[in-house]
Design a protein around this ligand. Structure first.
Ligand code: PEP
Length: 267
């Protein structure tokens, strides 16, 4: 069950959402050591939705380590079929059985290196929702696309294609991660204004395509070189509901600091 914002204390109904994408880092042992210490470091944080996305091999062990805490667990990908001859793939049911409640879909590294398209993002998103997983759907433009003034068109295409056939109720449950490709792992983050422009545009499109309620409930988080030093200025933006954190999340102290600096930023 996802935590809800306190409507009296928060000016927005959306709790900040902070997720760690560990990519292909951490053995099972390393992941569990981290998870056990991390759950203690954030145990008093009841106003941020916190998620760890370990590699598949460590998913179950991390889920056990954070069971009955305020930390959730995500897969980094899933296949849309229930089962079958798909070597190297993993199904929604396998993720949920291992303890995941969330799944990252369409990360730019999947799009760049593994042929992910808006169509496969759409299939995975529908499969995740059907299985009760919260999809964290990644979108974002390349540097060439930004320089060519195509950012908003790229976002429109990715949202329209990736979220095709979703109902408004399903769209409301989504987490959309705006991750400009030029900011991922480069140390160069989008400015708060660049992030807010993109996020506000995404929310406008969600409003047009799924209605006002879905647009208000959907979390739109930012990803791309988020660190303890820049999270506060990002999450204070009206439409920036949190962050997907790669590199900095590998360090427990840095990630715990990012969580703590995103707290109550919108009160
Ligand atoms: C990511 O992988 O989703 C990401 C945002 O990475 P980084 O924080 O390292 O830029």
């Amino acid at each position: 069950m996802r935590p809800q914002a306190d409507p009296i204390l928060m000016t927005t109904m959306r709790l900040p959402f902070i997720a760690a994408n560990w990519k292909m880092f951490k053995t099972v042992h390393e992941a569990v050591v981290y998870a056990k210490e991390f759950r203690g470091a954030v145990k008093d944080v009841d106003d941020v939705e916190i998620v760890l996305a370990p590699p598949f091999t460590a998913l179950h062990a991390v889920a056990e380590a954070v069971r009955n805490t305020n930390v959730g667990v995500a897969g980094q990908n899933l296949h849309w079929e229930r089962e079958g001859a798909f070597t190297g793939e993993i199904s929604a049911a396998m993720l949920t059985e291992a303890g995941a409640e969330y799944v990252i879909i369409g990360h730019s590294e999947r799009r760049t290196y593994f042929g992910e398209t808006d169509d496969t993002v759409n299939r995975r998103t529908l499969a995740a929702l059907t299985a009760g997983l919260t999809p964290i759907v990644c979108i974002g433009e390349t540097l060439d696309e930004r320089d060519a003034g195509q950012t908003l068109d790229v976002l429109d295409r990715q949202i329209k294609g990736g979220l095709d056939h979703l109902t408004a109720t399903q769209a409301a449950l989504l987490v959309i991660a705006y991750e400009p490709v030029w900011a991922i792992g480069t140390g160069r983050n989008a400015s708060p204004e660049q992030a807010e422009d993109a996020h506000a545009h995404i929310r406008t499109r969600l409003r047009q395509w799924f209605g006002a309620e879905a647009a208000e409930q959907c979390h739109i988080i930012y990803g791309g070189s988020v660190k303890p030093g820049n999270i506060a200025e990002l999450v204070v933006q009206l439409d920036v509901d949190g962050a997907l954190v790669g590199g900095a999340s590998l360090d427990l102290r840095a990630f715990a600091e990012i969580v703590s600096k995103s707290r109550r930023a919108k009160v």
